[in-house]
Ligand binder design. Structure first.
Ligand SMILES: *[C@@H]1O[C@H](CO)[C@@H](O)[C@H](O)[C@H]1NC(C)=O
Ligand SMILES: *[C@@H]1O[C@H](CO)[C@@H](O)[C@H](O)[C@H]1NC(C)=O
Ligand SMILES: *[C@@H]1O[C@H](CO)[C@@H](O)[C@H](O)[C@H]1NC(C)=O
Ligand SMILES: *[C@@H]1O[C@H](CO)[C@@H](O)[C@H](O)[C@H]1NC(C)=O
Ligand SMILES: *[C@@H]1O[C@H](CO)[C@@H](O)[C@H](O)[C@H]1NC(C)=O
Ligand SMILES: *[C@@H]1O[C@H](CO)[C@@H](O)[C@H](O)[C@H]1NC(C)=O
Length: 251
């Protein structure tokens, strides 16, 4: 009996540890007083998206946070009205240079030539600002979406630096960079931050073990927003298992 109690306590502790690690989204802090109703842990590039969607005027307010891949690098968050791709992304990009934060908008039209990208977006965006804190850059902004929008394609990215002309240098070509995209469900149930991750990127998560996780997504759709949490829960779970086995051996 004592052994069972001990085991349960240890297991609960292991789960607690893994859960508190997954609270990164809610523990984000800003120096200004923006408040957002929703937060999504993006599955790649250590990025987070706080957002509020006001359906009565179809305005999406966002605070996107990520660390640039190098200190003088850039971060960007975009909506792609066409597809889950860098091409046609309507991007807000920010970088810090000598204590100055710069924000630019880009209509991304090619993979490699920012000199040809337009700076006019197909969405109205306003209240743009950015701040740097603790090596992370946060972009704030508001987007006017078409009426009745329920979901958008989001693409996020981080890069190592900017050119002399202030244009972004290309991002790394790692899987994490290529996977940094997904649908953002504004209304209804979140069905995934990255519906099509490449196979090696995310370990399978024991979905049944994730407390408070959204209902299982339809077959074929991956729930990467919760995969991140699932991964941590499973670490805690396996730690718990190891401890259980150990306690059976010792007692
Ligand atoms: C966003 O937050 C609101 C208020 O907490 C909640 O009712 C809604 O379900 C959330 N939306 C999504 C897609 O998670
Ligand atoms: C949504 O926008 C409408 C129109 O601007 C405003 O009246 C309402 O208070 C907003 N709702 C929230 C929750 O901010
Ligand atoms: C919609 O309402 C929100 C919240 O009241 C406000 O911040 C935003 O500017 C409004 N959008 C438009 C297009 O007026
Ligand atoms: C910072 O930006 C301001 C306004 O854009 C500019 O006047 C100033 O020279 C910049 N400072 C540095 C150190 O780049
Ligand atoms: C963005 O670029 C595409 C391709 O050049 C162009 O067709 C589109 O009109 C541009 N969008 C805006 C808002 O300028
Ligand atoms: C960015 O923010 C996260 C979460 O708040 C923090 O763990 C991390 O140390 C920060 N800095 C960098 C460079 O990632």
């Amino acid at each position: 009996m004592a052994r069972l109690c001990f085991t349960l306590v240890i297991l609960a502790l292991a789960l607690l540890v893994s859960q508190s690690e997954s609270l990164t989204c809610t523990s984000q802090r800003f120096t200004n007083k923006n408040v957002y109703t929703n937060c999504t842990d993006l599955s790649y590039l250590n990025a987070y998206l706080h957002w509020t969607y006001n359906t009565s005027n179809s305005t999406l307010s966002i605070a996107f946070t990520a660390p640039p891949s190098k200190p003088e690098g850039w971060v960007s968050w975009s909506i792609n009205p066409v597809k889950l791709s860098m091409i046609s992304a309507q991007a807000i990009l920010a970088f810090k240079h000598k204590d100055n934060i710069t924000i630019n908008t880009y209509n991304v039209t090619s993979y490699d030539d920012p000199t040809k990208w337009g700076t006019q977006l197909s969405y109205e965006v306003w209240d743009l600002s950015a701040e740097e804190y603790n090596g992370n850059i946060t972009i704030f902004g508001k987007w006017k979406l078409p009426e009745k929008t329920k979901m958008v394609n989001q693409i996020w990215q981080v890069g190592p630096g900017i050119t002399d002309k202030g244009l972004p240098l290309p991002h790394d070509k790692s899987l994490n960079n290529f996977n940094a995209k997904g649908t953002l469900q504004l209304l209804g149930t979140q069905s995934g931050a990255s519906p099509t991750p490449s196979p090696p990127a995310a370990p399978p998560s024991p979905a049944g073990l994730v407390p408070g996780a959204p209902a299982p997504a339809p077959a074929g759709k991956k729930k990467s927003a919760s995969t991140r949490i699932g991964g941590r829960i499973s670490v805690g779970f396996y730690m718990g298992l190891v401890v259980i086995l150990w306690s059976f051996i010792v007692f």
